[in-house]
Design a protein around this ligand. Structure first.
Ligand SMILES: Cc1cc2nc3c(=O)[nH]c(=O)nc-3n(C[C@H](O)[C@H](O)[C@H](O)COP(=O)(O)O)c2cc1C
Length: 206
């Protein structure tokens, strides 16, 4: 089993990476493979709302979003990580997740996910709320920890001093490993995924 981890920080080996690595170590100890992909330093265009992905299954802008979307079936679980920028996710991760989830949400259904955030001081809960919205609109089981998934620090060295934050990351990794193994055991025992109903879309003007 394999978990994809997306680093949405402009800093490849910064605080977000430090937190993701702690989760990866916990997952690896439970024999779950991990891969960290860094998307935060390149320009990531925001969604154009053109609807082209509804027809083709691909984003009209050919960049990392399509490349990673093609690989989603390889992975059993997902962790998205971001630094807190003005009490929100980084611009790059916001654009990335908007487009990945708009075009590729069907590839993520019923796969466990978690978001983690890193900040110097404040805004982590707002960013954490934001990241969880992607999973809870996509039929993804959200993996939690002993506290909200956040670390504090301005540098990897500071994050390593946030012992509670690192413990939260390890617990998250252990919880995700347990859920992935439980899902696999359920499949082997013949537990079938729920049948979705035909979608009912009710707008508030009709
Ligand atoms: C543009 C920008 C905005 C930021 N806004 C916040 C903020 O709202 N609250 C906060 O505590 N830290 C803020 N920070 C600090 C980062 O969130 C913090 O240093 C984070 O741990 C960096 O993670 P990274 O090394 O993975 O990029 C901001 C940093 C930048 C560059």
């Amino acid at each position: 089993m394999k978990v994809l981890m997306i680093n949405g920080s402009p800093r490849e080996k910064g605080c977000t990476f430090t937190a993701l690595s702690e989760i990866a170590d916990a997952l690896n100890r439970q024999d779950i493979e991990t891969e960290i992909i860094h998307i935060g330093a390149k320009p990531v265009r925001g969604c154009l709302g053109c609807g082209s992905c509804n027809k083709t299954g691909r984003c009209i802008m050919e960049d990392d979003v399509n490349a990673i979307m093609e690989r989603l079936p390889e992975f059993d679980g997902f962790i998205f990580g971001s630094p807190v920028h003005f009490a929100a996710l980084s611009g790059a991760l916001t654009s990335f997740m908007d487009r990945l989830f708009y075009a590729g949400r069907h590839l993520l259904v019923l796969k466990p996910a978690a978001g983690i955030v890193s900040c110097r001081r404040g805004g982590a809960t707002a960013a954490f709320d934001q990241i969880n919205k992607y999973f809870t609109i996509s039929n993804m089981p959200v993996v939690s920890s002993q506290y909200w998934n956040m670390v504090h620090g301005n540098s990897p060295e500071e994050v390593k001093q946030d012992l509670e934050g690192l413990q939260i990351m390890r617990t998250l990794g252990n919880n995700m490993a347990w859920l992935l193994k439980s899902i696999e055991a359920g499949k082997a025992a013949g537990v079938r995924p729920p049948e979705p109903e035909p979608p009912a879309r009710t707008n508030f003007i009709r």
